[in-house]
Design a protein. Structure first.
Lengths: 931, 308
């Protein structure tokens, strides 16, 4: 799980942090700086030099000044955002492009006291002459100097050479440039400070890759190769030549060492009296923590106030606390420069701040503070011993120096520690791993672990690179991508003891882990000797670890992180409140439609029901009817008449647009409790296919939450007459079986109102016949049955009352007997094979008879007469008209009623042609019945 | 189709019912005797439990560790090639019960658990609709909100059971197959059993919370659609889409709010010194989305016309 797909994310995150300048001051109307050029000392060859300078002026009053120096390869524009910040805090800010950089003239002398540092002094003179700058004395402005890397060294060197400086902020810079490019981790004595290193008197191996980068970054900013010395760009030819020489040989010439040492804060550090804030990065393989340690030691020795802050960034990686580091720098300047804090006053920031690695890559480190830099407070450095289990080994230096181990892979810090590079670091035969015992107790190492060992080699020049790894289970991870290079001059074959100062950093030491010191003979970022040799390591001592327990800094973690927590919890709270409010409102509004006690005895009352679907189709239009106790009500209508929609509204499945439904006096809406007294089968049954018939009824009854004893499941199953199939899964049932089970489910609990939508669907004639008496007798118990159907004969035989719907409206309703029975209609049956002319003659005669309003020939053997006169007179008239009447009845079939009312409802104006209309309706009905 | 009735030909179906039926009670006296709330959690559980999808889901979950053990045993026969980091993970999985269960969780949390959450919560309502039984539940009557609550409760509970079962079963299978060694973390951090178990519980609780948005989205789609597949598939599709959007750096930092952005933050809980910031963020955002979509589902279902 170490390989999280967030490698890319970590890279992106890293770069975004690096680019985030947090320009809070931009909002406050940035002042445009005054650009000017300032003449400074000429080049060695006499060329006059002018610096490109920007001054952020203050409009009124006297203000302190800050010289803001940029990094190597940058220009005065690189520091614009900091200049704006400082200007807003009440400073006159002077930024300039250093000699050999940007639009300034001259060549790069690498912070030569005679050139770059002298230039800065000239700028202080310039500041002293400005009217908006506060003076401590004649020609002595109240001044701070701030810079990082190249600018940081300048700040220290300016403070060391010019007493007018009142405060210094110096970040990720060097103490001794020779030591930075030719580092030596073999030391003469164990460290007395956290990251202290007192190297032996042998120049270390050449930090080739960084030196080349250093060069290239200046060349990129230069004017090309045509300016003089071949490919030296804007470098001073002497420095250029020495560097090129070092690159070719891989060793430092004494001139180069002398020159680099002179171009360092080291010689003048003792002279610095201005309070100094040092920021140095753990993620910095160019200028390590040992450089800041040396600067701090010098300041401590001279009694100058100072504070040290270890960042997790540096030249290799962006800091995860960049904004806080910048803020701390401003605070330092504010205290000592702007507010003239006394030298003896309390420091404006913790004397020492360091971060411990976060649990995960890309996360900000956890900050801790100490009241003094370890080893410089007078008290001895706190250390712990960690014994080794492996104390010896052997390794080869490969001929030609290849392949080289890859340890300090540049930029790896941005990726976090989730990727193990052990395999490319510990090349077989070219490395020795010295493992410690497991750590008994968790601790944080702050600084440079040291160890002693003995080296025996067959060559006089021995180079070793030591790196610190953490071993857990089967995996080995590099805690910090740093190496400690060791270069020794030995007598071949003779054991030479050496003390090694391992890379300074903050290390977390979880209990149970082992540490591994990996010694390799090569490192890819260094210039490696081409001569092969064999090296033997023996007698390695325990690791001496500088440990510290700092006070954790809160807020650092809280900062920007809490915004998101706040946002998310805010959103959550708003949602929950909305949900709660909605619940209360609905509860209030659930003042149900008032109950109708007057209807408490009526099982079902429907009044003015209207439903229009979303597509505009008005399925039910002002429907009103009621079903009384003991009735079997048939709801009749052709397909699409609105029967099912009405039933769904009765059951609260769909909402009505207008009107009301009352069951036993209670209004019905979705989920009304009174629906418990209604059983229904609507548009076919619905069952859980994996359960048996019996289980389905049980599951349904269980869902009602009512007493199982009220269910009468056995009796209901008897209605369904499923036999042995009740214990088979429903998915094996036929359509008819499901239908019967559905009817049985509707009857569960013997509801007072039983609503069955097309109950005879899928049933065969005997089953239909069996259902008929059940429904009738069910109603006889004082309950009510509503049956919708388009089987007219069925309804006629089953129902006591009928409601006929058509096109969403009720067109007639009443008792079946009343509908089919009528006084004014007489049906005359004729014998078979009566001559057509006899019938037509008779009909004409009958029509002519008084009181007869209509005569219709239904079939060749059936004549319907509508008349105002009594039935006996109609029969007499028919007989006298010559019709051979063999039977007389008063009863129409429901079908006729149905067709009659439907035809009059669908074609109110087309009464002139009843025959055609009737014929087409008969045809439609046949189709319906055929289904 | 003619089933002969057990009691002989002279007894017609329905007689038994008519025998027990009593005259309808007088008005007002026919109070309904509720012994439990409509669609109690128990009855909803019974509706879901025997379903094939439930059995398959848990069956898959239980089979997964066995399949892993089997495939590891199979893989050992082949020569030990120079594997990348993923190979190391699987090597690590065989180092003990704790590692095995963790790898199992790692593998399953990405898709399997998401799918199960979407299935358990998304399928509950539309499956009833597709069987036509939803309307019978509603006229039983079960109030709309009550129906959703029961469905959601059982869906969430099933998800929780799956989330708990996965590591527990993984621990057991891993312990039997590879021994009971405590956790060795590839990041180089070992946890004792006493440290590991509570952390694992925390991680699983977090994973469970991050599953809730997908469950809620599936549930919401389920109230809008009668097709169970639409709900489950829709939710999984949404989660895939969000995953894709989450890759876009242009959406930073807004993507932090996406459900699923912090879906891997549970791994933080297993560090020696855990940093819970991301987990807090992830859990909060997950709850936001879960509540939002649950509210949408209730709002939708309370008003909808049931036409299924």
């Amino acid at each position: 799980m170490s390989v999280r797909a967030s490698l890319l994310a970590a890279l992106v995150l890293g770069s975004s942090l690096a680019m985030a300048p947090a320009p809070a001051a931009l909002a406050a109307d940035p002042v445009s700086p005054e650009a000017t050029t300032v003449p400074v000392g000429a080049e060695p060859d006499g060329t006059a030099v002018r610096l490109d300078v920007s001054v952020w002026p203050q409009s009124s009053g006297k203000h302190p000044v800050v010289l803001l120096a940029h990094g190597f390869g940058g220009t005065k524009d690189s520091v614009t955002s900091q200049a704006n910040d400082l200007h807003d805090r009440g400073y006159v800010v002077i930024a300039w492009s250093a000699r050999g950089h940007g639009a300034s003239g001259g060549r790069i002398h690498l912070n030569d006291p005679a050139y770059e540092i002298a230039d800065a002094r000239t700028l202080l003179d310039l500041a002293a002459k400005r009217s908006d700058v506060e003076l401590d004395g004649p020609g002595d402005p109240r001044a701070g100097v701030m810079g990082a890397s190249y600018g940081g060294a300048l700040a220290l060197m300016l403070a060391g050479s010019d007493r007018r400086v009142d405060g210094v902020v110096s970040a990720i810079t060097w103490n001794d440039l020779a030591d930075a490019f030719f580092p030596q981790a073999a030391v003469t004595k164990p460290a007395t400070t956290a990251a202290g290193r007192s190297p032996i008197d042998v120049v270390g191996p050449f930090k080739q890759v960084w030196a080349t980068n250093f060069f290239l970054s200046a060349l990129r900013g230069g004017q090309g190769a045509g300016t003089g010395a071949a490919d030296c760009g804007r470098f001073d030819p002497t420095i250029c030549r020495l560097f090129v020489q070092a690159s070719e040989t891989g060793t430092a010439s004494p001139q180069l060492t002398t020159l680099l040492r002179a171009h360092s804060p080291k010689p003048t550090m003792n002279a610095v009296t201005a309070p100094t804030f040092l920021v140095q990065g753990v993620g910095d393989s160019l200028f390590g923590l040992d450089q800041a340690d040396a600067n701090a030691s010098a300041l401590a020795a001279s009694g100058t106030p100072y504070a040290v802050r270890w960042s997790d960034g540096g030249h290799d990686a962006p800091s995860t606390h960049e904004a806080e580091e910048v803020e701390a720098s401003y605070t330092w300047l504010d205290h000592y420069v702007r507010d003239k804090g006394a030298r003896g006053s309390a420091l404006p920031t913790a004397a020492f701040t360091y971060g411990t690695p976060a649990g995960r890559a890309g996360q900000p480190t956890t900050l801790h503070t100490l009241t003094a830099y370890p080893g410089l407070s007078g008290a001895a450095l706190r250390t712990r011993e960690l014994p080794l289990t492996t104390t010896s080994g052997a390794l080869l230096h490969p001929p030609g120096g290849q392949p080289a181990s890859l340890i300090a892979v540049p930029g790896l810090a941005a990726l976090g520690v989730s990727l193990s590079t052990y395999q490319i670091a510990a090349l077989p035969g070219q490395s020795t791993a010295l493992d410690t015992q497991p750590v008994a107790e968790a601790e944080t190492v702050v600084g440079s672990p040291t160890m002693r060992l003995t080296v025996t080699s067959d060559a006089p020049d021995v180079t070793l690179f030591a790196s610190v790894w953490r071993v857990t289970g089967g995996s080995v991870t590099l805690t910090n991508p740093l190496v400690a290079p060791v270069r020794l001059t030995v007598t071949p074959g003779r054991p030479t003891p050496v003390t090694i100062s391992l890379p300074a950093a903050t290390y977390d030491l979880p209990a149970g882990t082992r540490w591994r010191v990996l010694l390799t003979s090569t490192e890819s970022t260094y210039s490696n000797s081409r001569t092969p040799s064999g090296i033997r390591i023996s007698g390695a001592s325990a690791l001496t670890l500088p440990v510290a327990t700092g006070a954790a800094v809160d807020g650092a973690v809280a900062g920007g992180v809490d915004t998101e927590t706040l946002l998310a919890s805010g959103a959550l709270a708003v949602l929950l409140l909305a949900a709660l409010a909605g619940w209360f409102v609905r509860r209030r509004r659930r003042m149900h439609l008032p109950a109708r006690p007057d209807l408490a005895d009526v099982p079902l009352v429907i009044e003015g029901l209207v439903k229009t679907y979303a597509d505009g189709h008005r399925a039910v239009d002002d429907v009103s009817w009621r079903a009384e106790k003991g009735q079997v009500v048939g709801l009749l209508g052709p397909n699409g008449a609105g029967k099912t929609t009405t039933m769904r509204m009765v059951m609260g499945l769909i909402s009505s647009d207008a009107g009301s439904v009352h069951v036993l006096g209670e209004p019905v809406s979705a989920g009304s409790r009174v629906l418990g007294r209604v059983g229904a089968l609507i548009e076919g049954p619905g069952f859980l296919p994996h359960l048996t018939g019996r289980q389905n009824l049980e599951a349904y009854w269980s869902a009602t939450g009512r007493d199982p004893e009220d269910a009468h499941i056995a009796e209901a199953l008897d209605v369904a007459a499923l036999g042995g199939a009740v214990d088979r899964p429903v998915k094996s049932y036929s359509h008819g079986m499901k239908q019967r089970l559905g009817i049985a489910q509707a009857m569960l609990g013997l509801p007072e109102l039983l609503i069955l939508d097309e109950p005879t669907n899928g049933l065969d004639p005997p089953q239909i016949a069996a259902m008929r008496p059940i429904l009738r007798r069910y109603a006889e118990t004082g309950r009510t049955v509503v049956v919708s159907s388009h089987l007219l004969a069925e309804v006629e035989m089953t129902c006591t009352h009928v409601v006929v719907m058509h096109a969403g409206r009720v067109i007639t309703q009443g008792p079946v007997a009343e509908l089919v029975d009528s006084d004014d209609t007489t049906i005359l049956d004729l014998p078979e094979h009566v001559a057509h002319d006899v019938v037509s003659a008779g009909v004409h005669a009958l029509e002519a008879a008084g009181g007869v309003t209509e005569v219709r020939v239904d079939t060749p053997t059936r004549i319907v007469v509508v008349a105002d006169r009594g039935r006996a007179e109609v029969v007499a008239a028919a007989v006298s008209a010559g019709l051979p009447v063999v039977g007389v009845s008063s009863r129409r079939h429901l079908e006729e009623v149905f067709l009659g009312v439907i035809s009059s409802a669908s074609a109110p104006g087309a009464a002139g042609e009843p025959g055609d209309e009737g014929a087409s309706l008969v045809e439609r009905l046949r189709q319906v019945r055929a289904r | 189709m003619s089933e002969t009735h057990a009691e002989g030909p002279d007894v017609s179906p329905g007689d038994a019912l008519l025998d027990v039926i009593e005259p309808a009670p007088a008005a007002g006296s026919g109070e309904i005797h509720q012994v439990r709330d409509p669609l109690s959690w128990r009855s909803e559980l019974r509706r879901q439990w025997g379903r094939r999808r439930t059995i398959w889901a848990f069956g898959l979950l239980l089979a997964l560790p066995l399949v892993l053990v089997g495939s590891f045993a199979f893989g050992q026969r082949s020569s030990n090639s120079r594997g990348g980091a993923s190979t190391r993970i699987f090597d690590l999985a065989q180092s003990g019960a704790a590692n095995f269960s963790l790898v199992l969780v790692f593998l399953a949390s990405e898709l399997l658990l998401v799918l199960l959450a979407a299935l358990f919560c998304g399928d509950a309502v539309p499956s009833e609709a597709s069987w036509s039984s939803l309307r019978y539940l509603l006229i039983a009557p079960v109030q709309r909100a009550r129906l959703l609550t029961s469905k959601l409760a059982i869906g969430i509970a099933s998800t929780l059971v799956a989330t708990v079962l996965l590591p527990a079963w993984g621990l057991l299978v891993g312990g039997v197959a590879y021994g009971w060694d405590p956790l060795t973390n590839p990041l180089g951090e070992n946890l004792s059993w006493g440290q590991f178990l509570p952390r694992l519980a925390l991680a699983m609780a977090y994973i469970f919370v991050t599953l809730l948005p997908i469950a809620a989205i599936a549930f919401w789609i389920g109230t809008r659609s009668d097709a169970p597949l639409a709900a489950v598939g829709g939710a999984v599709l949404v989660s895939i889409l969000l995953n894709i959007l989450d890759q876009l750096d242009a959406l930073d930092p807004y993507r932090n709010a996406f459900p699923g952005h912090y879906s891997r933050a549970w791994q933080d809980a297993l560090a020696v010194s855990p940093d819970y910031t991301d987990m807090v963020h992830g859990a909060l955002w997950a709850l936001v989305w879960a509540v939002a979509f649950t509210m949408l589902a209730y709002r939708r279902f309370r008003r909808s016309d049931i036409l299924s």
